[in-house]
Design a protein. Structure first.
Length: 97
């Protein structure tokens, strides 16, 4: 059963502000992007962003949860327009019995 992710990452990307050496970053660690998992893993490695969880989205693309919001900010900035906005359907997690 899919559920919705109501977090808009494009709005977050617009709120990343750098003033001098201080950077204000988003609170959420989750980022939804319109690229496949191997590309997300490579981009995270390139930017030294540590992945906490990763999943393929049913409609295509990837949801990645980073270890901290600073890493999420790096990945949001790196993927730019490939960051998915609005509601994103996800596959419901089911425990194997």
């Amino acid at each position: 059963m899919p559920h919705d992710d109501h977090f808009s990452h494009r709005d977050l990307r617009d709120r990343i502000v750098t003033t001098g050496t201080d950077t204000v970053v988003p609170i959420s660690r989750a980022v939804n992007v319109s690229v496949e998992q191997p590309q997300v893993v490579a981009m995270c490695k390139k930017h030294d962003a540590i992945i906490s969880a990763i999943e393929t989205l049913p409609s295509g693309g990837t949801r990645v949860v980073l270890m901290n919001s600073a890493d999420a900010a790096k990945i949001i900035k790196a993927f730019g327009s490939k960051v998915l906005t609005g509601t994103v359907a996800r596959t419901h997690w089911m425990r194997a019995v």
